[in-house]
Design a protein around this ligand. Sequence first.
Ligand code: MN
Ligand code: MN
Length: 387
Amino acid sequence: MQVLEESGKSDEVPQPIRGIKGAPDKGPRNVMLDRQNPDILSPPASDHGTLPNLKFSFSMAHNRLQDGGWARQVTQRELPAATTIAGVNMCLKPGGIRELHWHKEAEWAYMLSGSARLSGVDQNGQNFLDDVGPGDMWNFPAGIPHSIQGLEHGCEFLLAFDNGNFSEDSTFLISDFFNCIPKEVLAKNFGVAESDFSNLPTDVDRTRYIFQGEVPGPLSSDKVANPLGERSFSYHISDLPAIKTSGGTARIIDSTRFPAASTIAAAIVEVEPGGMREIHWHPNNEEWQYYIEGTARMTVFAAEHNARTFDFSPGDVGLVPFAYGHYVENTSEVPLRYLEIFKSPRFQDVSLNQWMALIPPELVRQHLNLSNNLIRALQKVKQPVVK
Ligand code: MN
Ligand code: MN
């Protein structure tokens, strides 16, 4: 115990001690959570004041288990600060189908592993069918009907919707729709007999949602000829250039490159061990983050002396309120990979370093009493990831 009190940094049991401040936590305590959140247990001295919670893990989100896979969501109900984006983490088994459906929100997606076949039809009668693999993205605008099906190895992906109050449990499902229309009306609509609708799904909730189907054949064999033509709701990661800098890479995907994603913009960020997403903020909207690989810490600056530091692990969601300053530092020995997602047609960020480099040095110097060394080190070209 004496050693722990002195260091506060034992690998065995972390203690809420920083220098001469703090004292050992003798319990009760959840040591596994403390290990994942060292900057909450023992915050840096620069943290101050009251901030809302800006972290929620999918590991703490209710999971909906179905025949064909599972789905869980982190929305404004789980993370009240997240008002513009809600996220869903979904897994489909080989052949598993996310039922034909639509919703009031736009759906942006990133494939985490495996592959899926997507279908969609737009308001002009143009159709879409494509296969997506790891790193690929799609975007179905609000109201556009679509489906997702796991291919031979199944898949897992992250969905982002452009409303924090979205609920994955309240989408418009085709089976629900059929069960909510009088059968004689269905018969009239399709020009067939009522008896043609006698075998509609009658499961507990009268819907399929995620159900087990059969793995479809090759994409070319599944295409439906359409005189009105095809359109695309997907974007393949192989077509997306990377901004390479000293500490890693950033890939920006927004409506300038991917027109279907007219309301959601994102950055796919990779930070090498020892590297950091530079200090910056966003002039357009709040940032919703999804951590994929490695661990990270982020300090969020809220003005009026207020700042708080959070730690993140794979599967965690982070949130930066609109215009709050922040950085994201890789705290692991492996590359850190995460998504920055925004409700916006464009990705936009303001770099602290670039700002200071592009105004008169004398003006900067008078504010912060900075050395000539620092003034010389300022970078006129934005470096999204540094080391
Ligand atoms: Mn959907
Ligand atoms: Mn950011």
